[in-house]
Design a protein around this ligand. Structure first.
Ligand code: CA
Length: 501
């Protein structure tokens, strides 16, 4: 593999020989688990994956002492489907979950077995800090941001949640703590619409002169903090977030959650940052600091969060028994809705590390993501994990790591990938990996092969990623047997159950 460059080749050569095979957890003590889920950060964005214009010393240090995955996939190439799959262990296409507006109903069945519920059962205190994007309320009782906001994260298995409803480019631009909008005043209620303008607040469309970031492609609804958003909102001015301090606010909440935990009781934190999703508005300490423009700045800011989280864990004396995972919900799209100069100032930094496609696509650039694992107590020798892996499997993997038996109906589409966390050369833990785009179309990975089906027969694609990681040479005509093997699986596991296709 050339994609992450020389660094991991070197690491692989240095460590493959020495690392110890250790599948069983070394101690009976359950680890704390922190799953750090970036937004739209790419395969090539960290130093340990080959970036040299963006400094990520904290992430690199964790990777150098942990496990670095070179073939890890997010379950989807967009936000909501990936998050749905992570939390439920179920393919989002089964429930037709695509990118959700900020006033969508909760996409997760509140009676479903979920990853945070599994961890609650295992004795964990579970927290969410950051992005939610899985809907709130129900179709019968749509969310009213002025009232109790329910059901939401707490009804899917989180004990604590401090979050924003959808994306940082969508209304409502507010934080919610558990069931309540933060800093909302009774005399200034919020109204939200994704159909038409509400209230008298200026919009990007009508008042572009008020914008600090020029926007396009529908990012011209209500202006909040000088930025046009998708959708319209009125009121709730005291509750509006400030993009410049968003990182700071969530980091403070994450550290507060860690500090509140009892030392001998395990916790799980899903820390879902807004970096590097548009609009990119780094805090003042990071603006203009990277060598890859504003895009690099928000990734350096993301790296600083990791440094602070590690510090907090060490201060509490629990770093060694914390399983820390760093990944991203999908690949990047550098210019999606704002003229922030990000694309123009990349300075030859390649967020995709040569992979084809972007966020939203079924090519590798859409869903192959960085994935780094650290758990110092296990004394795993650092290694590079080249096995294909998808983080839809965290539900079953965490069940295994915390010693919980779960049924097939609870694990749904997720499989136990825990062996990949402990040894570099393991047998494939699942034959097929399936990723999806926002419309529910899927691509399959099996071994070195990648199949992108199409309803138009001669448009289907087959690539051998070992020789062609850039997906340039469609070999479907030459590899008839491989094509029919992957297509049979696709027809049986996907098309036959997905009646709309
Ligand atoms: Ca995303």
């Amino acid at each position: 593999m050339k994609t992450a460059g020389w660094w991991y080749k070197l690491l692989a050569l240095s460590f493959f020989t020495f690392h110890t095979i250790r599948v069983e957890a070394k101690s009976d003590k359950k680890p704390n688990i922190i799953f750090i889920l970036a937004d739209d950060i790419g395969y090539g964005d960290f130093g340990c994956y080959g970036a040299n214009k963006i400094r990520t010393p904290h992430i690199d240090s964790i990777a150098h002492n942990g496990v670095i995955f070179t073939n890890a996939y997010s379950p989807a190439s967009t936000s909501s489907p990936t998050r749905y799959a992570l939390i439920t262990g179920e393919y989002a296409w089964r429930k037709k979950v695509g990118i959700l507006p900020g006033n969508a109903s909760l996409s997760i069945d509140t009676s479903a077995y979920t990853l945070p519920r599994l961890l609650q059962d295992a004795g964990y205190c579970t927290g969410l800090v950051g992005k939610w994007h899985l809907g709130l309320g129900t179709p019968e009782r749509p969310v009213d941001f002025n009232k109790e906001i329910i059901p939401g994260p707490l009804e899917t298995g989180f004990d604590y949640a401090y979050f924003y409803p959808a994306t940082n480019d969508r209304v409502p631009c507010i934080y919610i703590e558990n069931h309540k909008a933060v800093n909302l005043r009774d005399d200034d209620p919020i109204e939200v619409s994704y159909r038409h303008k509400v209230g008298k607040e200026p919009t990007g469309k009508e008042n572009p002169e008020l914008l600090k970031l020029k926007s396009f492609r529908g990012h011209d609804g209500t202006i909040v903090n000088g930025i046009g958003r998708i959708g319209w909102m009125s009121g709730g001015r005291q509750a509006h977030w400030t993009d410049e301090t968003m990182g700071e606010v969530f980091l403070e909440r994450a550290i507060h959650f860690i500090n509140q935990q009892k030392v001998h009781e395990p916790f799980f934190l899903l820390f879902a940052t807004h970096n590097a999703h548009e609009p990119r508005v780094p805090g003042p300490l990071f603006k203009g600091k990277s060598n890859a423009g504003i895009y690099g700045d928000v990734i350096e800011e993301f790296d600083s969060y990791i440094g602070e989280i590690v510090k907090a864990l060490k201060r509490k004396g629990i770093y060694d028994n914390t399983l820390l995972i760093i990944t991203s919900d999908n690949g990047p799209q550098i210019k999606e809705g704002y003229e922030d100069g990000g694309l123009e100032s990349l300075n030859r930094h390649d967020p995709y590390s040569g992979l084809r496609g972007t966020k939203g696509s079924l090519y590798e650039g859409g869903a192959r993501v960085p994935f780094i694992v650290s758990w110092p107590d296990q004394q795993i020798k650092p290694f590079v994990q080249d096995q294909p892996f998808c983080f839809i499997d965290m539900l079953s993997t965490f069940a295994s790591l915390t010693g919980r038996e779960i049924s097939a109906s609870q694990s749904k589409d997720s499989r136990d990938a825990s062996s990949l966390f402990f040894e570099s050369q393991v047998k494939t833990y699942r034959e097929y990996i399936m990723i999806q785009d926002n419309s529910g179309n899927v691509a399959l990975r099996k071994g070195d092969w990648k199949y992108i089906p199409s309803s138009i027969p001669d448009k289907a694609e087959l690539y051998n990623l070992k020789d062609d990681y850039k997906e340039q040479a469609n070999c479907i005509e030459m590899e008839k047997n491989k094509f029919s093997e992957l297509n049979d699986y696709y027809q049986t596991e996907y098309r036959s159950v997905n009646h709309l296709k």
